[in-house]
Write a protein that binds this ligand. Structure first.
Ligand code: HEC
Ligand code: HEC
Ligand code: HEC
Ligand code: HEC
Ligand code: HEC
Length: 259
């Protein structure tokens, strides 16, 4: 009997110790998690200096997580293709948003997007500016990104300023479906920003006529156009057209390639 009690006591003692250790460890994990969540790298000025590697040290889920094969309502991913997913540039299975912009073959070939190209930190005081407007572009809530960033690659094609009637889909054939028919000599000083691979884009456009359209109307999630900066180019005319009078002549400073 005495022997049994000791055994029971030992068990209880062990259980109590385990519970204590568990609570301490769990508390410690929660404290660490909270600390990480509030890490100042999520805010300015640190977010501007962060490399993808810095963010991925904690956020591997962003690249590793995969899409559901079947939606909660039972629709199979394989059976629900959007039109752009049928293009020959769309390689492989469906992927998450982040994978499509960071690691899929097309993204790697033509772009060099950084976490902080899109994620810009939020203003602790204002908490958020919703919707982010063109006068307050630098401090949108950190889980939100400024849609102007997306608009650069997902806006409508501004055919009006190009003297192209109606749409590219309808009238591209007048120009051999090739943007370079005109853009071999017009606005040639382009894409010199830290999130695009300028040379690879020009090289790709020579063999794939849809490369340019892909970012300038072909995947237009927006109905509006993006007012691109208008860099000087060789042999440009001195007269500035009315629509271009308020345009910047340089890319946003945060996108400039540091020499
Ligand atoms: C020290 C670890 C750590 C680093 C480094 C880190 N994060 Fe986080 N981040 C977290 C944790 C933890 C959360 C909370 C996650 C949750 O609650 O789901 C979080 C949340 C977020 C969220 C979700 C939005 C929100 O407000 O909850 C975004 C977006 C984010 N991080 C982006 C970034 C970016 C971009 C970088 C690099 C500039 C970065 N993080 C660097 C740990 C980190
Ligand atoms: C092309 C723009 C873009 C790039 C590049 C980008 N993100 Fe995001 N990210 C977004 C958008 C848009 C959301 C969704 C925002 C929302 O839900 O309001 C998001 C959401 C997130 C979230 C929170 C939601 C989730 O999916 O867990 C985290 C964390 C995050 N991004 C981290 C990162 C990290 C780390 C990188 C770099 C490796 C990165 N992002 C690169 C646009 C981007
Ligand atoms: C530098 C140009 C660029 C920027 C900036 C950009 N995208 Fe994209 N986006 C692309 C390209 C290119 C693809 C096609 C990738 C492919 O087909 O593999 C794409 C694909 C997509 C897709 C389809 C993904 C799929 O697999 O179905 C969505 C949705 C999307 N972008 C939304 C956004 C949003 C929202 C933002 C802003 C947070 C954004 N993009 C910023 C270039 C860009
Ligand atoms: C008929 C000749 C012509 C063709 C074809 C053409 N463009 Fe243009 N594009 C122009 C002209 C002209 C401008 C304005 C030049 C200026 O700034 O004065 C322009 C401007 C642009 C701009 C800047 C718009 C802005 O608001 O600043 C982009 C982006 C562009 N073109 C992309 C394309 C793409 C992509 C294609 C093919 C899908 C294409 N263009 C086909 C003549 C053309
Ligand atoms: C991966 C997406 C992507 C592709 C592909 C792409 N563009 Fe762009 N383009 C952009 C972005 C983003 C900008 C704005 C960059 C900046 O802020 O300076 C831009 C800017 C421009 C401009 C404005 C130039 C100026 O004065 O600064 C023209 C013109 C243009 N692109 C034409 C083209 C043509 C022609 C092609 C094909 C050879 C092409 N684009 C392919 C994303 C793309």
């Amino acid at each position: 009997m005495k022997h049994k009690v000791t055994y029971l006591n030992k068990c209880i003692l062990f259980a109590v110790i385990a519970l204590c250790v568990n609570t301490v460890v769990a508390k410690d994990i929660m404290a660490q998690y909270d600390k990480a969540r509030r890490n100042l790298i999520h805010q300015k000025p640190l977010i501007d200096k962060a490399s993808n590697k810095d963010c991925l040290a904690c956020h591997q889920e962003i690249l590793k997580r995969n899409i559901r094969q079947v939606s909660p309502a039972g629709v199979k991913a394989k059976e629900s293709l959007a039109w752009y997913q049928t293009l020959d540039t769309y390689k492989g299975e469906q992927k998450t948003f982040h994978q499509r912009h960071l690691v899929t073959p097309l993204a790697k070939e033509l772009t060099n997007l950084k976490c902080n190209t899109c994620h810009q930190g939020n203003d602790l005081r204002e908490e958020s500016v919703i919707p982010p407007d063109s006068n307050n572009t630098t401090r949108t809530q950190r889980k939100h990104v400024n849609p102007n960033v997306c608009l650069m690659c997902h806006g409508k094609m501004n055919v009006a300023v190009m003297g192209i009637p109606e749409s590219w889909e309808k009238n591209g054939k007048l120009f051999n479906n090739d943007c370079l028919t005109c853009h071999a000599t017009i606005r040639t000083n382009r894409h010199k920003v830290n999130f695009l691979n300028a040379e690879a884009i020009e090289a790709s456009a020579k063999s794939h006529k849809d490369t340019c359209f892909g970012c300038h109307g072909g995947r237009a999630w927006y109905r509006i156009v993006y007012p691109y900066p208008r860099h000087k180019w060789e042999n440009m005319s001195e007269t500035i057209p009315d629509w271009a009078k308020n345009r910047p002549t340089e890319s946003d400073p945060r996108f400039l390639i540091k020499k």
